[in-house]
Design a protein around this ligand. Sequence first.
Ligand code: ARG
Length: 406
Amino acid sequence: MSKPRIVLAYSGGLDTSVAIEWLKEHKDVEVVACAVDVGQGVDDLDEIRQRALDCGAVESVVVDAREEFAQEFIAPALRSNAMYMGKYPLVSALSRPLIVKHLVRVARETGAAGVAHGCTGKGNDQVRFEVGTMCLAPDLENLAPIREWGLTRDAAIDYANERGIPIPVKSKDSPYSIDENAWGRTAECGILEDPWAQPPEDVFERTVSIADAPDEPEEVVIGFRAGLPVTLDGREVPLAELVDELDRRAGAHGVGRIDMIEDRLVGIKSREIYECPGAITLITAHRDLEDLCLEQELAEHKRGEEGRYAQLIYNGLWWGPLKKALDAFMDEANRYVNGEVRVQLFKGHATVVGRRSEDSALYSYEMATYDEGDQFDQTLAEGFVKLWGLPLKTWAARTKAHGDEL
Ligand code: ARG
């Protein structure tokens, strides 16, 4: 009888390459490698596919999921202005559920008994992978070779050398732990673990430093329909491409560097460096257009739900009922978010310098103006203020009657 199969989320890096052999040796399984392109700017997908086979996988699958990532993961995150702790646009947290989806699909297609990921036991990603699998395919086993083996980097290299595993050679080995996709790039470890240390320039890849940013600002006009960007400078651009183009253009002006202390789900505080030029520019523009198009009670409520929504995704609850219900709310709230936003990219900032909406703005010149053409009836204000203040007036009178101070 053949051995049970495990589908491993394969990145092409050292850890997951070594994990193939480790799983075979310690779990007595066959390994199917599955690499998912979520816009991490991987080398050749074919090369990654072959690398997994060279490292001992029985089968190796690569999936181009860039459009799917944009449509089904970036889009809802943008509609919700999702930023964990108000700062982090959820780069890694967004890609995990998509990778899980493909792991499960490949597991079904290959009759696998389980799935495996290359996360350690200290991060959030293990949670996102495993809870995702528990939801989509509870019968599948979850394996976490790296969490289990506890190998240091050098030990992993020795392990590979002893067994003749062709370790992926990189021209320049990064001292940082990097995760990357179309929505941004994350960096941890090395000198970054000292929260006082300024991140060295070699951490960054998608943004220039402010010192090196051009002295001339660049303007970009982003057109939105139902809360999603559809045009750049008047050109219709498919979402995945639009995010890529904006990421490049904003990154060239140093937009989107984030340096933060983050609360991980596993209880640790960690220092994280992110580069999210496209995400920051789009969220900034989207928020601004919402201010133009959303009625104030809805806008206020939405702002409150956004943090909760981001937290759910961060904590690995993508497939849960509250996330689903909030998606329905976010979609409805975005129904009339139509229009254009002018954004100036300059010296590390994406600044909204103008916005308009032909058919969906709630801003009314006639209501707002202090000039000719004012249609706001100021005589109504007197009675309004009296009634608005009535509860407080009553309360204040009672407080004073008791001899207390306001
Ligand atoms: N701290 C971030 C998060 O939890 C980034 C994780 C990056 N993952 C990685 N394997 N380097 O979303």
